[in-house]
Design a protein around this ligand. Sequence first.
Ligand code: C2E
Ligand code: CA
Ligand code: CA
Ligand code: CA
Length: 278
Amino acid sequence: EGNYDSFITYYDDSIREKLLREHMITNAMKRAVDEKQFVIYYQPKFDLNSECVIGAEALVRWKHPEFGFLSPGEFIPIFEKNGFISELDYYVWDCVCQKIASWVETGHSLMPISVNVSRVDLYNPKLPQLLFDLINKYKIPIQYLHLEITESAYTDNAKQMIDIVNEIRKIGFVIEMDDFGTGYSSLNMLSDLPIEILKLDMSFLRNNVGRSSGRSVIQFVINLAKWLGLFVVAEGVETQEQAIFLRNMGCDYAQGYYYSKPVDDSDFEKLLLETHLC
Ligand code: C2E
Ligand code: CA
Ligand code: CA
Ligand code: CA
């Protein structure tokens, strides 16, 4: 009986703590954009064969003056619930476009930067126009802004989302399918959505690489992607061994700590000057 009591107390405390933290994050988010607390990091993507940089992913970071560094893994799900994600995503895309425009101006070597598009954004019919206006606002060539859409955005009521994604593709944006291998509807998505690049989720690779049947699944997915004419990016590559394994399987590109962690814009610019581009 005593154990049961302490379980209830423990359970209450952890829920209360979670709610408090969520409340704290919700209160703090409103001024965070204006006060420039959100900063963008860039993680380069590498060609597994030539080892040159072929692009990068923009990942948001929140540096709060009191609470310190908050992880997107914590605040993004909260923003997806309360709707703030759309405002944050737009802010991130705007910052990235501005950066790309500045690289055009300074004569930096250019490569596509991929931004994340939340599942919430994909149900907004104004999204295609909004993205188109953004490209025009900064006058950047459309091929330099890629859009990563997460597999989990594809749910039962996908028709509307499929229409929106098709419209975005028609404008000329390259679409990357993020987190592939984590959901349940993966194969339908491949034929329903106009994607060019498939990103294999880190957990999908981790779960399968240890068994021979799992390795066959990885090989199958890569072959399937090739048959469909897609490029394949492996996420979360941390060792040379993993890079060689993926290259042997015919995977095109990799992103992960083995090559580079996400870095801030000035480090990313340095990396661009030092690294061989394709
Ligand atoms: P994601 O889009 O799948 O991004 C990849 C995550 O894996 C990033 O975590 C990245 O730092 C991490 N990562 C990269 N290489 C490695 C590796 O070798 N090992 C390990 N262990 N991790 C690696 P991050 O930056 O914490 O982002 C987490 C998630 O938050 C992202 O997953 C994405 O779903 C979301 N997110 C981040 N920025 C944005 C954004 O601007 N908008 C939206 N909507 N979501 C975002
Ligand atoms: Ca992503
Ligand atoms: Ca991903
Ligand atoms: Ca992921």
